[in-house]
Design a protein around this ligand. Structure first.
Ligand code: PMP
Length: 427
């Protein structure tokens, strides 16, 4: 049996971590187990989780209902191929997703991760126009500061600077980028904010298959909250210029912004919707791309006769069974009030950060609290400081933010906001 130090040494030299170098230059903290909102490190320390394992774990870790659903499904089969076969977990989960999402979304494509859900959405849009006899529509319109995943098509729609597009310039598809929306969630709307988006559509709609962006909250591209009217106007403009609208709700879906889906702030139904992350309550990886009859109906008569995508682990029964239970769990309590209570506590307790010298802005929407700093954080220092304070957060760039599990108690959330204030005050 390896000692803790041997384990860490091996990890540092041999295992890639997300957005890390090799050998890894930043500390990683070894986890023994996790329960509720607590992450237990191998040295015995407990951390309160403030980011829900990258926004997935809305009901905390080791939830008995999710565990039970997984156990029951494992006894039947944990996996079976989806080509030529189907199963109850996939059908029941698809029914649930169709019921929860805007009404016109009626068809579900299951896949393994958020990035792949975005790839599927983009491919679906291109193939749709091919089916319609407009094969030249193969490019995408998006907005700066977006993030859609790390695979090539998804990356091509990420912010060109944050996404390091110059590194991959000869292989990345070239997309159209409108300026990021400037009017924040509760400021007064002005049509000027979407003028750049419209100008790009007006000029290039013949080439554009779809507009793709994250509705209302831009997450990994800057934790920005923008006006829902932007989404409404973008939908109308997409229709006017004959392009599809893809909304990426991988981060915002399942209640995080205070609505089940962020597109509900704008009462907009996209042509294609991507979901992932909290879909399984953070239990395991699963994502889905939903679309309408209008989009799907032409595929059989198109050149390929089918939609050209079919991953090996598509609709993995174990992931579907856990997801279904997670969504039933979400529906079993008044999550809207829970998220509102988190929102109001975050507003009260993060607001004092605004007066700190190092802080540029403080913003809260739903169960998302953001403290934007004047300068980028030093990850090596700040990550360890939060661990010393007993909380788990993962700041990036100029952002310290929290997206806690919905089951967090007020005293636990207070520990997170206090740590944020304390550490921001020391910068
Ligand atoms: N879209 C959005 C909005 C995301 O936030 C993410 C992940 N942070 C992705 C897509 C990619 O998801 P995954 O990491 O599961 O591939």
């Amino acid at each position: 049996m390896q000692s803790l130090q041997q384990l860490l040494d091996f990890d540092r030299l041999h295992i890639w971590h997300p957005y890390a170098s090799m050998p890894n230059l930043l500390p990683v903290f070894p986890v023994d187990s996790a329960q509720g909102v607590y992450i237990r490190l191998m040295d015995g320390q407990s951390l309160i989780d403030g980011i829900s394992s990258w926004w997935t774990c809305i009901h905390g870790y080791n939830h008995p209902r999710l565990n039970q659903a997984a156990h029951a499904q494992i006894e039947r089969m944990s996996h079976i191929m989806f080509g030529g076969l189907t199963h109850r977990p996939a059908v029941e989960l698809a029914e649930k997703l169709i019921a929860l999402t805007p009404e016109a979304l009626q068809q579900v494509f299951f896949c393994d991760s958020g990035s792949v859900a975005v790839e599927v959405a983009m491919k679906m849009a291109v193939q749709y126009w091919h089916n319609c006899g407009l094969p030249q529509k193969q490019r995408f319109l998006t907005i700066r500061n977006g993030y859609h995943g790390d695979t090539f098509a998804a990356m091509s729609a990420c912010d060109p600077v944050n996404g390091m597009h110059h590194l991959f310039r000869n292989i990345l598809p070239q997309q159209y980028f409108a300026e990021a929306p400037q009017i924040s969630f509760d400021q007064d709307w002005q049509d000027q904010d979407i003028a750049g988006f419209e100008a790009l559509l007006a000029e290039n709609h013949d080439q554009i298959a779809a507009a793709i962006f994250e509705p209302v909250v831009q997450n990994a591209g800057g934790m920005r909250f923008y006006h829902p009217e932007y989404v409404r106007k973008a939908k109308a403009l997409s229709e006017k210029y004959n392009v599809l609208l893809i909304l990426d709700e991988i981060a915002t879906g399942f209640g995080r912004t205070g609505k089940m889906f962020a597109c509900e702030h704008a009462t907009v139904c996209p042509d294609i919707l991507c979901v992932g992350k909290a879909l399984t309550g953070g239990f395991m990886s699963l994502a889905a791309t939903l679309t309408t009859h209008k989009i799907s109906e032409g595929f059989a008569a198109g050149e390929a006769g089918v939609f050209m995508h079919g991953p090996t682990f598509m609709a993995n029964p174990l992931a579907c069974a856990v997801s279904l239970e997670n969504l039933r769990l979400l529906e079993s309590y008044d999550w809207q009030s829970t998220v509102r209570a988190i929102e109001s506590q975050l507003k009260d307790e993060l607001e004092p950060c605004r007066s700190l010298a190092a802080v540029k802005d403080v913003r809260v929407l739903g169960a998302i609290g953001v403290v934007e700093l004047q300068a980028p954080v030093n990850m090596r220092v700040i990550q360890s400081r939060f661990v010393e304070e007993g909380v788990w957060l993962r700041p990036f760039g100029r952002l310290i933010y929290t997206m806690p599990p919905y089951i967090i108690q007020p005293s636990e959330l207070k520990a997170i906001t206090s740590a944020i204030h304390k550490i921001a005050a020391q910068i």
